[in-house]
Design a protein around this ligand. Structure first.
Ligand code: PMV
Length: 328
């Protein structure tokens, strides 16, 4: 962290995380409070690095993603985090964020999670606030719900909480990355911006005829997923991950204004993984986008890799990791 009289700067990194029991549905849109707990793992290769600078010399807050100046009307969520830091410090300083992704943003690879978590860490670090991981998780949640989980490495659970102010809605790590050495393949089928934002789509889903059924299932999903991970039970993990992801996409497709996040190749990858998963320890999940994240046991990794390569799709091979930290 660097400070001069007028300027305070820090750089942080954070990783994307992918949920196997997903956050889908809000009890408070302003505060990004979820209806249900969710469970996810951090992904080593999917990193965002963000430098935050607090200054008296800028006339407005600003966010640059990979050099692109994001229009001011689209940084409202980042400004909520900035406002929290400003209030804690009693500052009127503006905040400049320069963010770099090691992967395509807004394409269903959870860049909102790594982006908001890196921003929360950098802006609070630059301000000299020594926040606990729980406080950081709450701050990051204001930027993007799933970012609450990107503060921690390994397997995380975001507790929905019950407090109206969101003070008990934060993520915790329940197992470190080395708890279960699984291999991860991120199959990146599109780098295009997703057609409908997660927030917009979640609202639409409440109008689906399947909404109540979805809620009944989703309210139990985090317990089931966490148990599968704690027990290192791959068959249970597969059942939990496939059911949860397919339920979300079925819900999305059943909205009054249906959304289909899949590309044709998404189906090809899913079908292949589903077929293989009946014989070997491999499973997959898909966020609100076309890309597929595949998990497998080490023993199955060479075979799974060959099968993915045979589909001729771009992919990244990585491991479970993650966690946010200040780097400068
Ligand atoms: O954090 P948001 O608002 O981008 O929502 C993300 C929701 C999913 O990625 C689809 C699911 C999840 O739990 O991360």
């Amino acid at each position: 962290m660097n400070s001069t009289q007028h300027m305070h700067t820090a750089t942080a990194i954070a990783h994307a995380n992918i949920a196997i029991a997903k956050y889908w549905g809000k009890r408070d849109e302003q505060l990004n409070l979820p209806l249900f707990d969710s469970v996810a793992f951090g992904i080593n290769e999917l990193v965002t690095q963000t430098t935050a600078t607090w200054t008296d010399e800028a006339s407005e807050d600003a966010l640059f993603i990979d050099g692109w100046h994001v229009p001011p009307q689209r940084i409202e969520r980042m400004q909520r985090m900035m406002d929290i830091v400003r209030a804690r410090k009693g500052w009127t300083k503006k905040c400049l964020l320069h963010s770099h992704n090691a992967f395509a943003h807004s394409s269903g690879l959870a860049s909102s999670a790594s982006g908001a978590a890196a921003a929360a860490s950098a802006m609070s670090g630059a301000a000299g606030l020594d926040l606990s991981p729980t406080e950081l998780s709450v701050l990051a949640r204001h930027g993007s719900g799933s970012a609450a989980r990107s503060i921690h490495a390994g397997w995380t659970r975001w507790h929905a909480g019950t407090s109206p102010d969101g003070s008990d809605s934060y993520a915790v790590q329940f197992a470190p990355p080395d708890h279960w050495p699984l291999d991860v393949f991120v199959v990146q089928l599109s780098t295009a911006r997703k057609p409908v934002s997660s927030t917009e789509c979640m609202k639409q889903c409440e109008l689906s005829p399947f909404w109540q059924t979805y809620c009944a299932e989703a309210s139990a999903a985090a317990d089931i997923a966490q148990k599968a991970v704690m027990d290192r039970n791959f068959a249970s993990l597969t059942a939990a991950a496939h059911h949860n992801a397919m339920m979300l996409h079925a819900l999305v497709m059943s909205c009054p204004q249906p959304v289909c996040y899949f590309e044709p190749q998404t189906i090809a990858v899913i079908q292949k993984i589903f077929r293989m998963s009946t014989a070997i320890p491999v499973c997959c999940t898909i966020d609100a986008g076309p890309n597929v994240v595949v998990l497998c046991e080490e023993i199955a990794c060479p075979f799974v890799k060959n099968e993915i390569m045979a589909l001729d799709v771009p992919f990244i091979q990585t491991t479970i990791g993650g966690g946010a930290k200040i780097t400068a």
